[in-house]
Design a protein around this ligand. Structure first.
Ligand SMILES: C[S@@+](CC[C@H](N)C(=O)[O-])C[C@H]1O[C@@H](n2cnc3c(N)ncnc32)[C@H](O)[C@@H]1O
Length: 279
């Protein structure tokens, strides 16, 4: 599903200097649930099906083994019930509900001002649908991911557990390293756990800066480099699959080099929450 008015900021090719238009489709209110959008610049068509607008087509967008595991059948269905509901309890070493992290992330993203928000590497859409609920129709959220399995599940969960049909989020299959959106078309971005998995996290931050309006905010939740021997051993194993772990100063300098001013950095065990505003 994809909000019709957001087609105008969808620029799948760097040469697209105008948005997409709906060619055919099933709409309900503001949302397109199936059909095809077209670029009048390139003539290329992009389907809306299985709950998302597919802007990647045959390209996988995957950079590493960790990325590919998210394409496995069942990856989307299992992600939240098997991992996500408990992930921050495990990683922080304290009781840390999804509601608590969503509240922190919403606060860091500047959602109270409304506008258009982007969820980078949304998986099953926890942040996407939660932010849509917070916005309650006073803005829009687009969750992007490269994995069809995750996006299908994200759309299913948003319909089932989201607030109401008037605050449904949009989903697109898209590569965060080559964001298919117009310059300065968004007001804020969220990135939960995904920075650890992107092949080129610096490039994702630069792309995010490009699509954000000035003073637009980014909220990041991620995992820091371990401090214990066992933690380091586990992280070394995971890094073979392409997952990377950061020091606080690496995050701050990556943000600064990408055009952001960091203002908040909070840590809970090995989890960090960072907030920054685009210059
Ligand atoms: C750790 S999970 C994200 C969790 C999710 N944000 C949440 O809070 O539940 C990382 C996700 O990023 C996606 N991903 C990896 N590389 C990507 C890329 N280049 N562009 C978009 N999504 C990507 C993966 O498919 C995976 O679903």
């Amino acid at each position: 599903m994809f909000e019709k008015k957001l087609l105008q900021i969808a620029h799948p090719r760097p040469t697209d200097d105008e948005g997409l238009v709906l060619l055919e489709g099933a709409e309900e209110g503001e949302m397109i649930f199936s059909g095809k959008a077209v670029s009048l610049v390139s003539g290329e068509k992009y389907p809306v099906k299985s709950g998302y607008l597919d802007l990647l087509g045959r390209r996988s967008g995957a950079d590493n083994i960790a990325n590919l595991t998210n394409f496995l059948p069942g990856a989307g269905r299992g992600y939240e019930p098997l991992w996500r509901v408990r992930s921050l309890d495990i990683l922080t070493g304290e009781e840390f509900s999804n509601e608590r992290e969503v509240e922190i992330m919403a606060g860091l993203s500047g959602v109270e001002k409304g506008g258009v928000f982007l969820d980078l590497g949304c998986s099953a859409g926890l942040y996407t649908r939660s932010l849509a609920k917070v916005l309650g129709g006073e803005g829009s959220v687009v969750g992007i991911d490269i994995s069809p399995s995750m996006l299908r599940e994200a759309a299913r969960r948003a319909k089932r557990f989201g607030a109401s049909s008037s605050s449904l989020p949009s989903f697109a299959r898209a590569d965060a390293e080559n964001l298919p959106f117009a310059d300065e078309s968004m007001d804020g971005a969220l990135c939960g756990g995904s920075l650890n998995e992107f092949g080129d996290p610096g490039r994702v931050l630069r792309e995010t800066r490009r699509v954000l309006r000035s003073e637009g905010r980014i909220a990041i939740m991620g995992i820091l480099r371990a401090r214990t021997k066992n933690g380091l051993r586990l992280q070394k194993l995971l890094s073979m699959g392409g997952v990377r772990f950061f020091e606080e100063d690496e995050i701050r300098s990556m943000l600064a080099r990408s055009g952001f001013d960091s203002d908040v950095f909070r840590t809970f065990g090995s989890v960090f929450f960072a907030g920054a505003a685009s210059r």
